[in-house]
Design a protein around this ligand. Structure first.
Ligand code: ADP
Ligand code: MG
Ligand code: MG
Length: 493
């Protein structure tokens, strides 16, 4: 293999011309000597758990204990040039999403067909149109986005996997793991490598967004509402947001409620202030509400509508949520669209983030995409309008699914995307109650961004930190919560 961090992709190619040799050198020569590994793993675990890199147990849930969140022992290599490129572009991507979200006609044209076949997106759309017709009572939106990227070996640039506009998680834990990796490299007596680890202020950045929104709301007694799941497994990540807000601003309170509780305890005043258990809500931060299963009944949908009708500043507002759907992302990537929302030079830079995205609507263009996917399913990912991982279709299953739906409008619930081929490297996977394992992995970089403003007046648009999630190279999706992926940080080379 080549030297530290360098990439070798000059090996074989598959029949589609895709490089099959995609290795990248880890930050240290691996495997580590056994005695060093035996020394460093318990140190890393202790550091992680003592700094709150934990989660609640999924099986045998116990509110009194935490389990170590899965993580990688070493930071994973990621090309510095591409890291810096996507960091630099984040503030423009924020503005793009902000403008898209405020363009009713664009959202309508993009989602018109999708909402006929996808019930969840239709319900979100209905809330949007209800609020619009009633007259939006809060013109300010708060964006707390996370754009995800793989470094693509064939194209040798970072390419966007998706843009999350709701419940962008792991800002807190990512920052902790960055610090843990500094400690690990120090313990391994490699201080000379620390310059490869970028600082990560994701938690402060994201909370700074919420605090700015709270200030913009302008009511000293009002609180921030976190909309949470019925049971929160990723509790450390969420709680650290609360603690960071309190650290930065002792005067701001946070309350947590799930959608069911909001339906029971929430109400609007005649001037559309949102009141929950006597507290006026200045800012709503959704950590739930992005998947159908979180709306158990009409009551939860009513709760979402109540929040959207209110004066509270929402992250995301309903139009931001819609702008983050996979379908809208596919429409944004059409030639010429970016130029409607950005300057020519910005549009050019942002367009370079996108890989091929294809509509599957019942048009000749959609037919062509279906055919392309059926012929070469390994080259694509089939995506429904869902969030939270585990929903996409890969490989031969794309054929099976498309075979069933290709002649019906049902296919309009999906989009098709080129499959990105990230480089493979080795790292040590550490999971609670399991022996440490040297495994082959790929890494997905998340770039956080915050933006605050009205359609016309943007107060700020910022890069707000980063995160790295790494998964076994053999799995299609690697959700950290699902146990297939793990927390990581970047080693820039
Ligand atoms: P979600 O909103 O559910 O997170 P994503 O679009 O991020 O949906 O897809 C989930 C996961 O699937 C990603 O984290 C990544 O591992 C994998 N994935 C998605 N799109 C691609 C792609 N174009 N190429 C390769 N892997 C992908
Ligand atoms: Mg997503
Ligand atoms: Mg994702």
């Amino acid at each position: 293999m080549a030297t530290c961090g360098s990439l070798c992709c000059d090996g074989g190619f598959d029949k589609d011309g895709v490089s099959t040799t995609r290795t990248i050198e880890s930050c240290l020569p691996l495997p580590l000597p056994v005695e060093i590994l035996e020394d460093i793993v318990p140190k890393a675990k202790d550091f992680a758990i003592l700094h709150g890199a934990g989660m609640r147990y999924r099986t045998n849930y116990d509110p009194d204990s935490l389990q170590l969140a899965p993580f990688f022992l070493l930071p994973s290599a990621f090309p510095r040039r591409e890291f810096e490129r996507v960091v630099k572009l984040q503030s423009i991507v924020n503005i793009l999403m902000h403008r898209i979200a405020h363009d009713y006609q664009f959202l309508k044209d993009a989602l018109e067909k999708t909402i006929k076949v996808d019930d969840f997106t239709r319900r979100l759309w209905d809330i949007y149109t209800t609020v619009r017709e009633e007259g939006v009572s809060q013109l300010i939106s708060l964006g707390m986005f996370r754009c995800d990227y793989f470094y693509s070996v064939p194209s040798q640039i970072a390419q966007q996997v998706e843009i999350n506009t709701i419940a962008s998680s792991f800002g807190a834990l990512a920052a902790r793991i960055s610090v843990m990796h500094r400690y690990v490299l120090g313990e391994l007596r490699k201080p000379e490598l620390l310059g490869h680890l970028p600082e990560n202020d994701a938690l402060a950045g994201l909370c700074g967004g919420m605090i700015a929104a709270w200030d913009a709301y302008g009511c000293p007694k009002a609180v921030i509402l976190f909309v949470v799941e019925d049971v929160t497994y990723n509790i450390c990540d969420q709680r650290f947001h609360e603690y960071e807000i309190r650290r930065q601003r002792p005067d701001i309170h946070v309350i947590r409620r799930n959608l069911t509780q909001i339906s029971q305890q929430g109400c609007l005043t005649s001037d559309k202030r949102l009141i929950i258990d006597g507290d006026e809500i200045a800012v709503v931060y959704f950590r739930a509400g992005y998947e159908p299963g979180q709306y158990h009944s009409e009551a939860e949908w009513e709760a979402r509508l109540t929040v959207e009708r209110s004066k509270a500043i929402k992250s995301p507002s309903i139009h931001y949520h819609l702008a983050g759907t996979k379908k809208v992302q596919q429409e944004i990537a059409r030639p010429g669209v970016l130029n409607k929302f950005l300057s020519d030079s910005e549009a050019k830079l942002v367009s370079q983030l996108f890989t091929g995205l294809y509509t599957l609507d019942m048009s000749p263009e959609g037919d062509q995409a279906v055919q392309m996917a059926m012929e070469n399913p390994e080259r694509f990912v089939l995506k429904p309008q869902r969030e939270g991982g585990g929903n996409n279709v890969y490989g031969q299953e794309i054929r099976t699914v498309l075979e069933k739906i290709k002649d019906s409008q049902e296919r309009e619930a999906y989009i098709l995307m080129d499959r990105i081929r990230p480089p493979i490297q080795q790292n040590y996977l550490i999971r609670a109650h399991e022996p440490v394992k040297l495994v082959e992995v790929v890494s997905e970089l998340g770039i956080f961004g915050t933006i605050l403003g009205t359609a016309k007046d943007i107060q700020f648009s910022k890069f707000a930190g980063h995160m790295l999630r790494t998964k076994l190279s053999s799995v299609n999706e690697g959700g950290v919560a699902a146990g297939l992926g793990a927390l990581d940080s970047v080693f820039l080379f």
